[in-house]
Design a protein around this ligand. Structure first.
Ligand code: GLC
Length: 556
């Protein structure tokens, strides 16, 4: 692959900027209103120019799309709505030629109910060994009419669905921690382990640089599948973070290490304690994991500083690089979160409809971008972050597609609002999401006022969010990623987050309402918003603004 980053001793994944492509909403190449691999291939130059190091593609496999592709029916082929395996292979080669690495999404906790294994299990008798690859159990209650235990699905409702046997009688129940179309696999079964090892080889041979592991904390279940009970300890639930899961990652790590080229695993690990989280990052397990603490953290200097400190402290003993994530395809876009009164995020209480001031949110999002891009470790950019897109909160009920909406009985409006097709041009079919000549009806509608947020509109505006990301990513790549993974806080008073890194780098974020003066003669390299001057002629950083500068060396 073409190398663009300055060569450092550290492997690329320790400091990479990784761009998340939610394939369905990134770019539509064939004009059917759904994003696809052809669209992504067309936009590789855009991604290269943006300055990211790698691309993470959300699942592109054959899927009935009951959960946006996280219900996989064939892990070794591409869904026709996205393209073909040959196109995926071409995409990997082309991305490499542009200096971009490719990470694919691996979904091992569950498959689709249309997966041949589950079809075989359903077709078999209750005693069929085909059912052992899943969690089929008799129900409780006198006639088995109640679920086998009290586990609730993450999407709402019981985590069990009862099957109807061939003779029409109600039969056993199967476990699904997500939608009923996503049966959980039984990781105690050797065939499940063998199958996923083979899937790893399949994609590694095709040149992928890594895997994002979906629900990495969920694969193993506590023996006997005991009830959760009424007052469970969130750090000790029978369906997550069960010790055997680490064994899976140890065997996967050996496989990965057998390939050249610094391949990597990044885990989706949502767990309540830093200690639990860090265990996934031991040197013989996953290389890194998404840091959701920063995503959930309110826009508050003290809270953010605490998250940075606890993150660094949790990673240090296991030698893994921290990562920084502000948004993804499951959460509320941070422009919207940061414009609310409560700027924190909680997956179980998203408060999607709380009022939000988008202008304020975007100003803070710009500052948050510079803050996170300055920190040691890896960073994730969710498609549209670089355009400052807000959450779309007024989608009509009948257009909502995320299963969480129906499963929660409508109390959770789901994740569609952060999955709106990207605007590329100020006009044209679906604002350039779909190609010229197509009818341009995207799978989710874009707001009427998104033409100003389109890539083409931002490209001509030097003050745009897009330009800010480009400048920051370039500076990060050329001047920050080779530095040791350390920072030193500078005490600048309440509401001001300020740190230095080696080579004279300073990052200062003012989260207070009071303008903060910079030392005289500071030569600001990058700022998330306009700066002012005080009566003494010093530059001042207004609230919700972040600046980067480098100290002038002696004689500079
Ligand atoms: C992960 C994915 C999410 C999906 C779930 C079930 O949390 O990020 O989108 O719904 O797993 O696969």
């Amino acid at each position: 692959m073409t190398e663009r980053a300055p060569r450092t001793a550290a492997p690329w994944w320790r400091h990479a900027a990784i761009y998340q492509i939610y394939v369905r909403s990134f770019a539509d190449g064939n004009g059917d209103g759904v994003g696809d691999l052809a669209g992504a291939r067309d936009r590789l130059p855009y991604l290269r120019e943006l300055g990211v190091d790698a691309l993470w593609f959300t699942p592109w496999y054959v899927s009935p799309m009951a959960d946006g592709g996280y219900d996989v029916a064939d892990y070794r082929d591409i869904d026709p709505v996205f393209g073909t395996l040959a196109e995926a292979e071409a995409l990997i080669t082309e991305a490499h030629a542009q200096g971009l690495r490719v990470i694919v999404d691996l979904v091992p906790n569950h498959c689709s109910d249309r997966h041949p294994w589950f079809q075989e299990a359903l077709a078999g008798s209750p005693a069929s060994p085909a059912r052992d690859r899943f969690w089929f159990l008799p129900g409780s209650g006198e006639r088995g009419e109640l679920p086998p235990n009290d586990w609730q699905s993450y999407f709402g409702g019981p985590a069990w669905t009862r099957v109807v046997e061939d003779d029409g009688t109600p039969g056993d129940w199967y476990l699904h921690m997500f939608a009923p179309q996503q049966p959980d696999l039984n990781w105690e079964h050797p065939a499940v382990r063998a199958e996923f090892e083979d899937i790893l080889h399949f994609w590694l041979r095709r040149g992928v640089d890594g895997f994002r592991i979906d629900v990495a904390h969920g694969l193993a279940k506590k023996p006997g599948l005991p009830d959760v009970g009424t007052a469970p300890d969130p750090a000790d639930l029978p369906y997550q973070d069960v010790d055997d899961v680490h064994d899976v990652y140890r065997s996967w790590r050996k496989i990965l290490d057998g390939y050249d080229g610094e391949r990597t695993f990044v885990g989706e690990v949502w767990l309540p304690t830093a200690e639990q989280f860090a265990r996934y990052l031991r040197p013989d397990e996953l290389h890194s994991a998404f840091n959701f603490d920063i995503l959930c953290c309110p826009w508050d200097a003290e809270a953010l500083r605490r998250v940075v400190d606890t993150t660094l402290a949790a990673h240090e003993p296991v030698g893994a690089p921290p990562t920084w994530v502000l948004s993804n395809h499951d959460t509320i876009r941070h422009v919207t979160r940061y414009g609310r009164e409560d700027t924190s995020f909680d997956m179980s209480d998203k408060r999607l409809l709380d009022p939000s001031d988008t202008e304020l949110g975007r100003r803070r999002a710009r500052a948050a971008a510079l803050l996170t891009l300055a920190l040691p470790g890896g960073v994730y950019v969710y498609q549209g972050d670089e355009l400052g897109l807000p959450e779309v909160r007024d989608l009509p009920d009948e257009l909502l597609q995320d299963p969480t909406f129906a499963r929660s009985g409508g109390t959770d409006r789901g994740r569609d609002g952060c999955r709106i097709p990207l605007p590329w041009t100020a006009g044209g079919p679906a604002l350039g999401f779909s190609p010229a000549g197509s009818t341009g009806t995207p799978w989710l509608p874009q707001p009427a006022d998104w033409d100003g947020l389109a890539v083409a509109s931002q490209q001509t505006d030097p003050d745009s969010v897009l330009h800010l990301y480009r400048r920051a990513l370039t500076l990060r790549r050329t001047r920050l990623t080779h530095l040791p993974e350390t920072l030193t806080w500078a005490e600048e008073g309440p509401g001001v987050l300020s740190f230095t890194r080696p080579d004279g780098f300073h990052c200062l974020t003012n989260l207070s309402p009071t303008p903060h003066p910079l030392p005289r003669d500071t030569d600001v390299t990058l700022s998330s918003g306009p700066l002012d001057e005080d009566t003494e002629g010093r530059l001042t950083v207004p609230g919700d603004t972040c600046v980067w500068w480098w100290e002038r060396g002696p004689g500079a």
